[in-house]
Design a protein around this ligand. Structure first.
Ligand code: NDP
Length: 320
């Protein structure tokens, strides 16, 4: 059987820009330096979309990889799509966050800047002057900024984007927004987010959010498609059945589940062989896609359950 390549599928953002459906996730917090080799392997294998954030500690290593790839003429900046994000500590200073991301990435624009979470954390500083990513009190409870608000956080990014006129920030969007927050946002937004990046996979199909966002022109990017650390989704029986039927890898099945339905997906790996073995687009049938969604309704599981998100409305199956 010959396959189309997931790396060649392009979606369209509401800005009109092309959006490569398959991106490389880089939340390699356990070993950020490995990101360099992973990005090089991914781009050489045809990936044209890289997802990062200050939170992941991987931006600088992506920058090193890009320098190498550009110098060798493997790819040009214009051929790549780079997403980074503004963490809740920077909800009122997205410009600072964005400028630092650009410097670490070694590029002069990003294709997409996302509000990482609809939250605002209090500013607490490390001894070296850096902001603490996860500020907590003496009982380990997260410290939220009482003057902060998720809508204001988006507005600050929107102001930056409008002021920039799309030169250094080509599009903006959100992440971890379920329907109640999207509804509130759309009442006041001057720029409709181009993307909502949410956890999405057969254990968590979240069809309601997907359908709502898509009806408003907001593309969905699926994060943690493999189930995050340990990749538990690879063991889902329906995935294994498709692996046998199509003679593909489980990564390819889990990636194709999204791309076949017009969504973007950003699997993470630092294993170059796995990266290269994740690019065939599996022709899952309508019945198979529906079976995956039904599996999720009966076996809901959320893998990213950090406690800071526990009060965000619409995050059902929260057990963290
Ligand atoms: P994924 O679901 O992509 O899973 C990553 C894990 O799967 C890694 O530990 C990887 O290990 C492992 N893995 C990959 N292939 C295999 C395989 N064939 N066999 C066994 N293990 C495998 O997790 P993420 O949570 O990282 O999500 C993907 C990306 O989404 C992130 O990297 C980040 O860019 C983004 N994200 C965004 C969030 C947000 O709030 N906006 C939240 C979470 C993620 P190995 O490296 O050894 O292959």
């Amino acid at each position: 059987m010959s396959f189309e390549k997931a790396t060649e599928v392009r979606l369209k953002l509401n800005t009109g820009a092309d959006f490569p459906a398959l991106g490389l996730g880089t939340a390699n917090r356990a070993d950020p330096p490995k990101t360099k080799e992973a990005v090089i392997a991914a781009v050489e294998a045809g990936y044209r979309h890289i997802d990062t954030a200050w939170r992941y500690g991987s931006e600088g290593y992506i920058g090193e990889a890009l320098k190498d790839l550009f110098a060798r003429g493997v790819v040009t900046r214009e051929e790549l799509f780079i997403t980074t994000k503004v963490w809740p500590t920077h909800w009122d200073i997205p410009k600072q966050s964005f400028e630092e991301s650009l410097r670490r990435l070694g590029v002069d624009y990003v294709d997409l800047l996302l509000q990482h979470w609809p939250l605002a954390f209090k500013k607490v500083y490390e001894e070296n002057g850096d902001l603490v990513q996860l500020p907590v009190d003496e009982n380990g409870e997260y410290l939220f900024d009482e003057n902060g608000h998720y809508l204001q956080g988006y507005k600050n990014i929107e102001d930056l984007y409008l002021e920039d006129k799309g030169k250094r920030i080509r599009a903006i969007g959100v992440s971890n927004y379920a329907i109640p927050y999207l509804e509130e946002l759309l009442k006041v937004a001057r720029v409709v987010p181009a993307v909502d990046q949410i956890e999405l996979h057969p254990h968590l199909p979240q069809k309601d959010i997907v359908n709502y966002a898509e009806s408003k022109g907001i593309l969905i990017t699926a994060y943690s498609p493999l189930g995050a650390n340990g990749a538990p989704n690879l063991k889902i029986p329906l995935v294994q059945e498709a692996v046998k039927k199509y003679n593909v890898t489980p990564n390819e099945v889990l990636i194709s589940y999204h791309i076949r339905q017009g969504r973007s997906v950003i699997p993470r790996s630092i294993n170059t062989e796995r990266i290269r073995n994740s690019i065939r687009l599996v022709p899952l049938t309508e019945e198979e896609l529906e079976a995956f969604d039904n599996f999720g309704k009966e076996n809901p599981a959320r893998h990213i359950r950090d406690k800071w998100g526990a009060n965000i409305p619409g995050f059902e199956y929260w057990t963290g």
